[in-house]
Design a binder for this molecule. Structure first.
Ligand SMILES: [Zn+2]
Length: 312
């Protein structure tokens, strides 16, 4: 069932819609509801394929649905249509204006409408895909204050890594923070890279969402393959590697692998002089879960993130 959750006239003959696909259980009365959300950032498209796979699966297996499953593929729909991250024409990051306001700016009104629509869900999954600069292994990011309630859910999603953030780094104006404070257990997935579809990751997360739907009672289905056991960041250290000089970044290590202390991750080079301006090496034995994809770097640009386990 396709429904509009928000619509507004933009200019002459142009209208903005935000839509969801609601899958209702047959012959059963239930208030249990899960919301799967994507496209808050218009340049992050991995979630488009995941939403397609889910809608396709649920269309084919209507008789197996046991709770309300709402899928919102494109929250920043005009951003996706215009291939930009923020909400055009305002250039505002939608994930910095939650919970929004019913009579504020366009981004605030969109945020408000999304909160009103998702509010009351038991669980929400917010799918992001990094940005055009960095590629991320499928991972879930949760804040320390919510770790106790969210970790058991996150472990069901078939991701490789769960990054539990310290309280100081939590942004209060995000969709996830707003929904968690309203009582909807909300998980943020980051995977892949902006403006691309990494099919392998999309299938991996699709399997994870199906597993979570089954384990949480939204779907009657037999999951044949057990989900991955993720690395969980609590207790360890996340190392950030930044460029020491501007240039072109050339990867040498493979993303999503364990690396050794002193191992080369990549090189920042000068195409003009032929020099290596920064030999990028790992500061620790750890898991390379973020890697620079877009080659042009400035001094200070993020090149990689490596997770070092305790006593690693
Ligand atoms: Zn995002």
């Amino acid at each position: 069932m396709i429904e509009d959750i928000f619509s507004i006239d933009l200019r002459v003959s142009e209208k903005l819609y935000i839509k969801r696909n609601r899958h209702l259980p047959e012959n059963r009365k239930t208030d249990r509801r899960i919301s799967i959300v994507s496209g808050i950032h218009g340049d992050e498209l991995e979630g488009q394929m995941v939403c397609f796979l889910l809608n396709e699966f649920l269309n084919e297996h209507r008789d197996r649905i046991r709770g309300i499953i709402d899928i919102y593929p494109s929250i920043n729909s005009i951003g996706i249509d215009s291939i930009v991250r923020n909400v055009p024409p305002t250039d505002v990051d939608l994930n910095r204006v939650f919970p929004g306001s019913p009579d504020g700016s366009l981004p605030e009104r969109i945020a408000h409408a999304v909160v009103e629509a998702v509010k009351g869900s038991d669980i929400a999954i917010d799918i992001h895909s990094s940005n055009i600069f960095l590629v991320e292994i499928p991972q879930i990011r949760i804040s320390e204050e919510n770790a106790e309630t969210l970790l058991p859910l996150a472990e069901k999603l078939n991701v490789d890594f769960i990054w539990v953030h310290g309280a100081v780094t939590v942004l209060k104006s995000t969709f996830a923070h707003t929904m968690n404070s309203l009582g909807t257990k909300t998980l943020v997935v980051e995977m892949g890279v902006g403006m691309r579809i990494t099919q392998e990751y999309c299938y991996q997360l699709f399997d994870g969402i199906i597993n979570l739907l089954v384990e949480e009672g939204f779907l009657d289905w037999e999951v044949k393959k057990p989900v991955r056991k993720p690395i969980i960041s609590t207790g360890g250290t996340v190392h950030f590697l930044n460029a020491e000089a501007p240039g072109i970044f050339i990867q040498t290590a493979r993303h999503g692998n364990w690396v050794k202390k002193g191992q080369q991750i990549g090189r920042v080079v000068s195409p003009l002089t032929g020099e290596v301006v920064h030999d990028v090496v790992s500061p620790a034995n750890g898991f390379l879960f973020t890697l620079r994809e877009y080659p042009v770097v400035y001094q200070g640009s993020l090149l990689a993130r490596i997770y070092e386990e305790q006593n690693g």
